[in-house]
Design a protein around this ligand. Structure first.
Ligand code: PLP
Length: 343
């Protein structure tokens, strides 16, 4: 039985076409710079993102961390959203491994950090008062945010503000391709305001493993050394890079389907009285399920081959392995549950 897994877009499995591309990949030792497939992926990513260089990583967490470390030295500070992935969901790596002080700031519901808060958080630096503070070096934003695309006008303003204060700007763009597709624009346009960005290929794009860090050549050289330090030097990683090339060539435009499926999912679940659809954007749907129903509903759909997260955070995510029929099947099962539970 096919499992319909709506817990995350990280659960996708390589398709036969992707596996064929992986098997056929020419490989070498990438720590020696010898892997032609890794080199091709990096060149191709630099080109489509409009940046000078790109570096392949095993995960977005490591890519973000190497990026932060390449911008900030020990005792420097980065400004970041209170709920941002780099601050909240990456084990505190910037502080622990990078000796970088995070300056988290409360975000608005749309993921933006108010400009006045950013301006006020930048510490003075230099002789006199400035000796007291960590050096503020970087602003980090995240796009998409809970599936929502950050308003590009905001991104441009925030980046201009950061630059006026002497800061660089990094994007945690784990799902930046979703942002580009949803905005009918290019990934280069989404990344243009940023000095650097981290991109996940192992989420909606469907590769089993892989993330890329992009930026200028000197930045990527520093990141290369940090990747080594963080244990991210890989050998015949061309086999995995081939999956990422396949994903970039075949699975970007189809993100439209995931977004449409998420809208169908939200509309279907919205018809159920016991569920409130809080938000839907790109491939993510947030729900409010009456607490008494969350766990029983999870169990009910699980017994029918469907996986959802209802208890911790009711968030459903569509992806490559979820079709329109799967969405309809899932909505029907949830309706069945509530029809039974009402009695
Ligand atoms: C998934 C994700 C990452 C990186 O996660 P990995 O699992 O390490 O690849 C970073 N930021 C955001 C917003 C993410 O969703």
């Amino acid at each position: 039985m096919k499992i319909i897994d709506l817990r995350s877009d990280t659960v996708t499995r390589p398709t036969p076409g992707m596996i064929a591309a992986m098997s056929a990949a020419p490989v070498g030792d990438d720590v020696w710079g010898d892997d032609p497939t890794v080199n091709r992926l990096q060149a191709m990513t630099a080109e489509i993102t409009g940046k000078e260089a790109a570096l392949f990583f095993p995960s977005g967490t490591q890519s973000n961390l190497a990026g932060l470390m390449s911008h900030c030295e020990r005792g420097d500070e980065y400004i970041v959203g209170q709920m941002a992935h780099t601050f909240r969901w990456e084990g505190g790596g910037a502080a622990v491994l990078g000796s970088i002080q995070p300056q988290p700031l409360e975000q608005e519901a749309d993921g933006t950090i108010p400009l006045a808060k950013i301006a006020a958080a930048v510490k003075p630096f230099g002789p006199g008062l400035g000796t007291h503070f960590a050096r503020t070096k970087l602003l980090a934003l995240e796009n998409t945010w809970g599936g929502r695309v950050l308003p590009q006008s905001y991104v441009l303003e925030a980046a201009a503000l950061a630059r006026s204060k002497g800061l660089n700007v990094h994007l945690d763009g784990a799902r930046a391709f979703n942002a580009a597709v949803a905005s009918e624009t290019t990934i280069a346009e989404i990344l243009a305001p940023f000095d650097s960005a981290s991109l996940c290929i192992s989420k909606g794009l469907g590769a089993p493993v892989g993330a890329l860090l992009v930026g200028d050549r000197a930045f990527i050289e520093r990141a290369h050394r940090y990747r080594k330090m963080l244990g991210g030097g890989m050998r015949q990683s061309g086999y995995v890079a081939a999956a990422c090339i396949y994903a970039l060539e075949n699975n970007v435009e189809r993100l439209h389907d995931d977004h449409a499926n998420a809208a169908t999912l939200a509309a279907g679940l919205g018809e159920i009285a016991e569920i409130t659809v809080l938000a839907q954007a790109t491939n993510v749907v947030f729900l409010n399920i009456l607490e008494a129903h969350a766990k029983p509903l999870e169990d009910f759909v699980k017994a029918r081959g469907m996986l959802m997260q209802g208890v911790y955070a009711a968030r459903l995510v569509t992806h490559l392995d979820v079709s329109r029929e799967d969405v309809n099947h899932f909505v029907a099962a949830v309706k069945d549950y509530f029809a039974g539970a009402a009695k």
